[in-house]
Design a protein around this ligand. Structure first.
Ligand code: PGA
Length: 247
């Protein structure tokens, strides 16, 4: 696992977007795994800026988003589909037929999850997967207790995650209790992984991910077994790391 420490959120966003932009130029088609949440927003803004400046092209990019709330239709302002439209897709030249999302309104959610795995395989697997991290160490919606070989499935969100995400809803009650998520095994199948962490609320999760045991109690710790995983961490998120606290 490679850890890049950056000063702040702005530098994190610039660094992440330049890694993504560079990767996109090297392979056609390119399969990009995307994350939602507050953390990648700055990175997506940078990618839009680069696209508008004519520096990157998304016409050969195929995307798969990590997860989606069960019960929220794609046009719901809190759905991750809507987030992606607003924060990235509608500003760039991605072909809509190359955008893949878990359909959390599907009648048979298990079949939907299985089909998602099949489509990822059919396009040759994910080349680069972007990840955030939860305060409890979750990746996508793989909460503590998730196994290393878990695949795309229906999950119940922890109370902690619902509280953290309630900042995007008008009340905690409105935050869905279930979601569809790629599994940890699915994420580890990506050829390359880029995890972004910013701010003091992520410091404990980042310390546990990098310096603690590899354990289902901290799902992000499983990333340490991946051959090509990079963490971009700002000084606040990295503040508890021993390497930054040596005198
Ligand atoms: P955040 O969420 O980027 O909004 O902090 C990350 C996550 O919960 O995975």
């Amino acid at each position: 696992m490679k850890v890049i420490i950056v000063k702040d959120y702005e530098e994190l966003s610039r660094k992440a977007s330049s890694i993504i932009a560079d990767a996109l130029q090297r392979k056609k088609p390119f399969v990009l795994g995307l994350a939602t949440g507050g953390t990648p927003e700055g990175c997506y803004k940078e990618l839009i800026r680069m696209y508008q400046a004519g520096c990157i092209d998304f016409s050969h990019v195929i995307t798969f988003n990590l997860d989606e709330y069960v019960g929220l239709p794609p046009h719901h302002p809190n759905s991750y589909r809507y987030y992606m439209e607003e924060k990235l897709f509608r500003h760039i030249n991605i072909d809509p037929k190359n955008i893949h999302f878990l359909n959390s309104k599907a009648r048979d959610l298990e079949a939907e999850c299985q089909a998602y795995e099949e489509i990822i395989k059919a396009v040759g697997g994910i080349d680069l997967q972007i990840l955030g991290i939860g305060r409890n160490g979750h990746i996508a919606f793989n909460e503590p207790g998730s196994s290393i070989d878990s695949r795309t499935r229906v999950v119940t969100l922890s109370h902690e995650t619902r509280i953290a995400n309630s900042r995007f809803f008008s009340s905690l009650e409105e935050v869905p209790k279930k979601a569809l998520t790629m599994g940890i095994g699915t994420i580890l199948d990506a050829r390359r992984i880029l995890l972004l962490a910013s701010g003091p609320t992520k410091a404990e999760a980042i310390k546990a991910t990098i310096e603690g045991p590899i354990t289902p109690a901290v799902p992000a710790s499983f990333l340490r077994i991946h051959e090509d995983c990079t963490l971009i961490v700002d000084l606040d998120a990295g503040s508890l790391l021993s390497s930054l606290n040596k005198n």
